[in-house]
Design a protein around this ligand. Structure first.
Ligand SMILES: N=CN[C@@H](CCC(=O)O)C(=O)O
Ligand SMILES: [Zn+2]
Length: 428
């Protein structure tokens, strides 16, 4: 008797299943779980069968995609984005070129604060449509699960507006979204002289956010001229007491000690980490906190020094990668570009990069058991790539290699019929 499936992907050259019990730590990130000449069967939105080419014989499918020897992977996971915002900041590029530092632009009332002005003025519907547009781009680049932060309101009304937009997007956009409250993203003009009073106001929102299920995580920008390590510790501890998972924008520009704080508090992730100290890296390795590295941001800020990914991996840290898509420090939705930065600027191997953008990225946002792996019984989130193997993506950079994106078993983005594409496989 033949097994019936809704959709069969056959003739897969390399299938990255990424199967893993828990996040990959340190040197284990070099392991890549994959099958060659594989097939995947999908029914009711779930993966029901993974096998070798021979198993095709015993399967009857309502729909078949011949992958023509291409690479197939889990849908990518982007664990750090700021997708909901008003306006844009292309005028800051000239300032950057004149050498004005990112934190100086912020100090002068630009940067994050200029996006805050635009976001405060925007209607909820406008923010929704604009974010939907950006999410579509992320999806078309292979992302099927992502985190999404607030943080461009910096007042109760606008932060709630952003979080509500995120919730509507969660309900309507094909990408699975995980929401983070980043009310503590900068000090608004109104509280310039009293940042603690501002943080107290943001803490005052947490009960409502919890009741209305508007966010799972709370994040803070721990940085020179923004929030100190001590303010961050107090703020995050109060959020933790209310049951939120924690994230920190840590040691992005100046090495303040946010990395150590994340490990001390058992944060789900510590993000950026460009200036993480030796002690901070050691503490991360001893903790369960995932390091989310954002090399696209370091590149765009024009910095010479990138996060010390090699040291982190060699010492046993769990490393994930993300775009940090936002209008100021990383205006790109192209997560494939981040693969190339990770290879060239963080010196990560292709195997480490794939683990960082699937398994570990999913665990960084509490979705390790749902996303980031192609496993029987899980939601069928897969990407068929116009690529002959997994090393190809970091190598051939700046373009979109996606052929087809499948989310919960449905084709949600397709550039061309696979059969109409040229085979890049050296075998054929
Ligand atoms: N550094 C803080 N937050 C964002 C940038 C936000 C912005 O510049 O608008 C980041 O992760 O890089
Ligand atoms: Zn960020």
């Amino acid at each position: 008797m033949k097994q019936h499936v809704d959709l069969l992907l056959m003739n897969i050259g390399q299938l990255l299943t990424m199967e893993s019990i828990g996040p990959k730590e340190g040197k284990d990130m070099q392991e890549l779980v994959m099958l060659e000449d594989a097939v995947v069967g999908i029914t009711n939105g779930k993966v029901v069968l993974i096998g070798e080419r021979e198993s095709e014989e015993g399967i009857q499918a309502a729909e078949v995609i011949d992958c023509q020897g291409k690479l197939v992977s889990p849908g990518l996971v982007d664990p750090h984005t700021h997708v909901v915002f008003g306006g844009s900041r292309e005028h800051e590029m000239a300032l950057k070129q004149q050498g004005v530092p990112y934190l100086e632009i912020l100090k002068q009332g630009g940067g994050i604060l200029s996006t805050v002005e635009h976001t405060r003025q925007a209607t909820e519907d406008h923010l929704y449509e604009k974010a939907y547009f950006h999410l579509d781009r992320m999806l078309s680049h292979g992302v099927t699960t992502a985190e999404i932060k607030s943080g461009y309101g910096l007042d109760v009304e606008t932060e709630l507006k952003q979080l509500k937009v995120a919730k509507r997007l969660q309900q309507n956009h094909p990408i699975d979204l995980v929401s983070t409250f980043l009310g503590a993203h900068a000090i608004p003009h109104e509280y310039k002289d009293d940042p603690q009073a501002f943080l107290d106001e943001m803490v005052g929102m947490l009960d409502l956010i919890k009741i209305e299920e508007l966010a799972e995580f709370v994040d803070i920008f721990t940085e020179t001229g923004v929030f100190t390590v001590e303010q961050s510790r107090d703020y995050l501890t109060r959020a933790q007491e209310k049951g939120f998972g924690l994230k920190i924008h840590a040691d992005e520009i100046d090495p303040l000690g946010g990395t150590e704080l994340a490990a001390d508090l058992g944060a789900s992730s510590a993000d950026h980490l460009v200036g993480a100290s030796d002690e901070g890296i050691k503490k991360l390795a001893e903790s369960k906190t995932i390091a989310v590295l954002l090399p696209g941001t370091t590149f765009y800020l024009g910095k010479e020094t990138f996060a010390r990914a090699r040291k982190m991996i060699d010492e046993g840290v769990r490393v994930a990668l993300a775009t940090d898509f936002n209008p100021g420090s990383c205006p790109t939705e192209n997560i494939q570009l981040i693969m190339t930065f990770a290879a060239l600027k963080l010196n990560m191997s292709p195997e480490e990069i794939w683990n960082a953008m699937t398994v570990n990225a999913a665990y960084a946002i509490g979705r390790g058991e749902q996303a980031g792996q192609v496993v029987v019984g899980r939601q069928a989130d897969l990407v068929i790539w116009d690529a002959p193997n997994y090393q190809y993506l970091p190598y051939h950079y700046g373009v979109n290699h996606v052929n087809t994106v499948i989310k919960n078993g449905q084709i949600v983005s397709r550039r061309r019929e696979v059969s109409e594409t040229i085979s890049l496989s050296p075998k054929s």
